[in-house]
Design a protein around this ligand. Structure first.
Ligand code: MBD
Ligand code: FE
Length: 306
C-alpha cells in the first residue's frame, strides 16, 4: 500500500468509526502514529511474527518497569531535551545551567533540610570516598537565590539507586536541600559510581542487538526550583569516568562536567568534620526567570514516591 491508501484505511478504521466523544489530540496522535507504523511495516516488509515480537517486547519492558530506561537508552529522553532547548531559544529564553535528562530513577519525598544535608547512611563510608558537593543557586545575573529547592539524587558505589535497590536504606543518597540565605547548598555524601543497565533486562536486550553498551558515567541528578524561576532538571557527570562522553543515555553536556578534587589538607578535613581525605565538587546552578510566554519547564511523568 502507498501512504495515501494507508492513511485512508487508518481513517476508516479509527476516525470514521467514532460514535462517542472524540479527544481530538489523542485522535490526531493515534492516527499519525498508526499511519507511520503501517508505513514502516510496508517499507521494511515486516512479517507478522516481527510485529508480534515487537508488541511482546513492549509488554515485557513494561512489566519489568524498564520503559523509562529504554527511553533514556534509545535517546528519546535526550531528544526531548534538544526539542525543549529549541523551544526555549524560539521563546527568547537563553542562559542558565543547561538541562539534561531526569532519567527513570527519581523518587519524590526525600528528607528536606536547609543549607546542608548528609545524604549517605554511612554504610559505605569505610570503603568509599566521601564527597562534598557544594554550590550557589543564582539567577542569570549572578544574584543569589535563597530558599531554592535543590533536589539531589545519585547512585551508590555499585551504581545502584535506593528504592529501586531494596538493599539500601530508605532515601539513601536522596535529599532535598533548600539553599541558605547566601544561596548556598552543601551535600556530604559518597562518590557515586556509574550505572549499568541490568544485564538480563529488556533494555540491555535491545542494546545488545544494536551492539551497544548500557553504561552511564558517574553522575549526580538535580531538580532545582524556586518561585518565579523555571524549574531545572539537570545532572553533573564526573570528569575522568571512561563513559563521560560515551554515556548510553546521552546526558553528558558541555557545562555539566564536574571535577572531583582531592582534598587531603588536615585543616580542611577537620573543618568538614570528617576523619579522612575527601573529594570535593563545586556545582553552581543558574536559574532562568519565568516568563508568561515561556514553554513549560515542568514535565508530568509517573514518578515513584516513598
Ligand atoms: C540512571 O542513573 C540514569 O541517570 C539514567 C538516565 C538511566 C539509567 C540510570
Ligand atoms: Fe542516574
Amino acid at each position: 500500500m502507498n501512504r495515501q491508501e494507508i492513511d485512508k484505511l487508518v481513517k476508516q478504521m479509527n476516525v470514521d468509526t467514532a460514535t462517542g466523544e472524540v479527544n481530538p489530540r489523542i485522535q490526531q496522535v493515534v492516527v499519525r502514529l498508526l499511519g507511520d507504523l503501517f508505513q514502516a511495516i510496508e517499507d521494511l516488509d515486516l512479517s507478522s511474527t516481527e510485529v508480534w515480537k515487537g508488541l511482546e517486547y513492549f509488554a515485557d519492558a513494561g512489566k519489568a518497569n524498564e520503559l523509562g530506561l529504554l527511553a533514556a537508552g534509545l535517546g528519546l529522553e535526550h531528544y526531548l531535551d534538544l526539542r525543549a532547548d529549541e523551544a526555549d531559544a524560539k521563546a527568547g529564553i537563553t542562559g542558565g545551567t543547561p538541562r539534561t535528562i531526569e532519567g527513570p530513577l527519581y523518587v519524590a519525598g526525600a528528607p528536606e533540610s536547609v543549607g546542608f544535608a548528609r545524604m549517605d547512611d554511612g554504610s559505605e563510608s569505610d570503603h568509599v570516598d566521601t564527597l562534598f558537593i557544594e554550590g550557589k543557586v543564582t539567577d542569570t545575573d549572578g544574584n543569589i537565590i535563597p530558599n531554592a529547592k535543590v533536589e539531589v539524587w545519585h547512585a551508590n558505589s555499585l551504581g545502584n539507586y535506593s528504592f529501586f535497590d531494596k538493599s539500601q536504606s530508605d532515601f539513601n543518597l536522596r535529599r532535598t536541600i533548600l539553599s541558605d540565605e547566601n544561596g548556598q547548598y552543601v551535600a556530604q555524601t559518597t562518590m557515586p559510581v556509574g550505572y549499568g543497565c541490568p544485564p538480563e533486562g529488556t533494555t540491555q536486550f535491545v542494546l545488545n542487538l544494536l551492539g551497544r553498551h548500557g553504561n552511564r558515567p558517574s553522575h549526580v541528578h538535580y531538580f532545582v526550583s524556586a518561585p518565579g524561576y523555571r524549574k531545572l532538571t539537570t545532572q553533573f557527570n564526573i570528569e575522568g569516568d571512561k563513559y563521560l562522553w560515551d554515556d548510553f543515555a546521552f546526558a553528558t553536556r558541555d557545562g555539566l562536567v564536574a571535577t572531583a578534587v582531592d582534598v587531603a589538607d588536615e585543616a580542611e578535613i577537620a573543618r568538614r568534620g570528617v576523619d579522612k581525605a575527601f573529594k570535593h565538587i563545586t556545582f553552581n546552578v543558574e536559574l532562568v526567570k519565568d516568563k508568561t510566554a515561556a514553554p513549560t519547564s515542568e514535565v508530568d511523568r509517573r514518578r515513584a514516591s516513598a
